[in-house]
Design a protein around this ligand. Structure first.
Ligand SMILES: [Zn+2]
Length: 163
């Protein structure tokens, strides 16, 4: 369908938790719960049409996965970067699908904020040098394109060229 991109959504198992932040950074909706049992995780994945990322071979053996009703990717590497590379390659992800549009902590869509709205909520040196701000509607963290943001952005770009 024209102009309609189906963007894959994830649920990240606790054994590969670091992937959640990276995926969110790229703009992929990635749920992550520290303490959740496999059944509940699978239920959410099925119900919300999410791809399960896991290192748990038992999950891969479940009938829902083997019969293709539930898509799951078995992560094979220990290192988070290598794990991310695997996911990007295997699912053909676009590393810059919607960069920095989601809260890295809670996976919520960030909302644009005017400079005047954040003046008492960011450090003065930030306020003096940055004009664009985003706020997470859940945790109310304010994001701006500071040095940390730029560093992550650079890392994503490098990553995109590697992958
Ligand atoms: Zn948040």
């Amino acid at each position: 369908m024209l102009g309609l991109t189906v963007v894959v959504k994830f649920i990240v198992d606790s054994n590969v938790g670091k992937l959640a932040r990276w995926l969110r950074m790229m703009g992929y909706d990635a749920l992550f719960y520290q303490d959740i049992d496999d059944d509940k995780m699978i239920k959410i994945a099925l119900f919300q049409g999410r791809v399960v990322l896991t290192r748990d071979t038992q999950i891969m053996k479940r009938r829902l996965v083997t019969n293709g009703r539930l898509k799951a990717v078995l992560i094979t590497d220990d290192a988070p970067r290598a794990q991310l590379r695997q996911v990007v390659r295997q699912l053909d992800l676009n590393c810059k699908v919607r960069p920095f549009s989601l809260c890295l902590e809670c996976n919520a869509n960030l909302v644009k904020r005017a400079k005047c709205e954040v003046h008492d909520r960011v450090p003065l040196h930030v306020f003096e040098t940055q004009d664009e701000y985003m706020e997470c509607p859940v945790c109310h963290r304010i994001y701006w394109q500071g040095t940390h943001w730029k560093a992550m952005s650079k890392e994503l770009e490098e990553f995109a060229s590697e992958a």
